[in-house]
Write a protein that binds this ligand. Structure first.
Ligand SMILES: [Zn+2]
Length: 417
């Protein structure tokens, strides 16, 4: 088993040009004494929308790691894969996020749920989990209910893991199971029972991405009650630690937070829990590196700003189509989107102010930000026009990519102050 470090961060890089700038951010944090291992995650959905291949991500990451002389490890994550789309990731990925959310609630035989409850009868009653103030109350009915809801997903994870392990032969890899892209959050009790099931499948699970309470929309802050999240996150950490011992799961098993990026209001709570329990975490920041590319282009003014405006003008009439793949993870109020003519009249500063995630800035427009977030396909369709601009403005874009990752994400979450 390839072992994932205590702290790791999923850094999306849709066009494969920002890996060096991303490494500079983790290097700067390492220089301050905290090592966070970068994991380049890109889903099948993103590859197909952009027209790239997992091997491209591998090439870009390998080259950047060599150029920046990063020595603390890195991974290539086949993000949110299933049996339907895993094949193209097998040769070059060494981290697999098994997305089994679609199997949640798929029916299983009543006898299977009952047998599961029989095997785990030891969990029933008042269960004292170190770190959680009140004992967990689990009865047989709960075991059966959770089993009937999650057994199909647990088995799907097992099947997918075994498929990957067979294909990878002796090549080691990290396994994550994700259940986040679903409507209802999993409670700490459900998490414990799910872990019992995943252990039965003999999955060497290193990260688990549950669906947490609240909304995790792309590129904007958390929507919900941060205090409720904080309680749940803290209890999840305790449940994981308990499950590791009880079900003999890998000792470094940790939570994976699929943040959709920019959950700034949760970072203090996550950081406090990690420190309280000495726990690790994997944070996926998704595609905000793409937004930093657009911000960098706009900040470059001249041709760069013109290209940023052109992407917005091209995206506007495709609003509905662009929203479809992300419908469950965005909440764009279309009435707040400026017209393309309005944006065309913006200065460099106005464009950057509207797009950059700085809630204190009066010009910040979170609807505009979410819409640009999902508009990367238009940049992909521009082909070399877009990627040549990334090269021409690499310095200023790189500063934004590094600064965003370091100052808004890595330092608030991982730097002990
Ligand atoms: Zn996710």
């Amino acid at each position: 088993m390839l072992k994932l470090a205590h702290y790791s961060i999923g850094v999306g890089d849709r066009f494969g040009h920002q890996a060096r700038a991303q490494i500079r951010a983790v290097q700067a944090l390492k220089n301050q004494g905290v090592t966070v291992v970068p994991v380049w995650n890109k889903s099948f959905r993103e590859h197909s929308l952009i027209g790239t291949h997992p091997a491209d991500t591998r090439r870009a990451a390998d080259a950047a790691v060599a150029e920046e002389k990063w020595t603390s490890g890195y991974f290539l994550d086949a993000d949110h894969i299933s049996l339907k789309n895993v094949e193209s990731f097998l040769p070059t990925s060494d981290f697999f996020t098994l997305d089994v959310a679609d199997f949640i609630g798929k029916p299983v035989e009543t006898a299977d749920s009952e047998a599961f409850a029989d095997r785990h009868a030891g969990l029933t009653g008042r269960l004292s989990v170190p770190g959680i103030a009140h004992p967990l109350e689990i009865d047989r009915a709960t075991l059966i209910k959770v089993a009937s809801r999650y057994l199909a997903a647990i088995r799907a994870a097992g099947n997918l893991y075994r498929h990957i392990a067979a294909a990878k032969k002796t090549a080691p890899f990290v396994t994550e199971v994700s259940m986040d892209e679903t409507a209802a959050p999993q409670t700490p009790v459900e998490l414990l029972i799910i872990l019992a099931g995943l252990a039965e499948e003999n999955i060497p699970l290193q990260t688990l991405a549950p669906k947490f309470t609240g909304e995790f929309h792309k590129g904007i802050d958390y929507i919900g009650d941060p205090a409720a999240f904080a309680r749940e996150f803290d209890e999840d950490i305790c449940v994981i630690r308990y499950a590791v011992g009880r079900f003999n799961l890998p000792g470094n098993l940790k939570l994976s937070v699929h943040s959709g990026s920019d959950k700034f209001s949760l970072y203090p709570h996550i950081a406090a829990s990690l420190r309280r329990h000495g726990a690790g975490v994997h944070l996926k920041t998704a595609g905000t590196t793409w937004l930093e590319e657009v911000i960098g282009l706009a900040a470059a003014d001249g041709e760069g700003l013109a290209l940023a405006k052109r992407i917005y003008r091209l995206a506007q009439p495709q609003f509905d189509a662009l929203c479809v793949p992300y419908a469950t993870v965005i909440s764009i109020n279309r009435a707040n989107l400026p017209s393309a003519d309005t944006v065309d009249a913006w200065s460099s500063q106005q464009f950057v102010g509207a797009l950059e995630h700085n809630p204190a800035c009066p010009a910040f427009n979170s609807d505009f930000r979410q819409f640009i977030h999902i508009s990367f396909r238009l940049a992909a369709e521009l082909g070399a026009v877009y990627t040549d601009a990334l090269k021409a403005h690499a310095a200023i874009i790189g500063e934004h990519v590094t600064g965003n990752l370091l100052e808004r994400h890595l330092k608030p979450l991982f730097l002990d102050r």
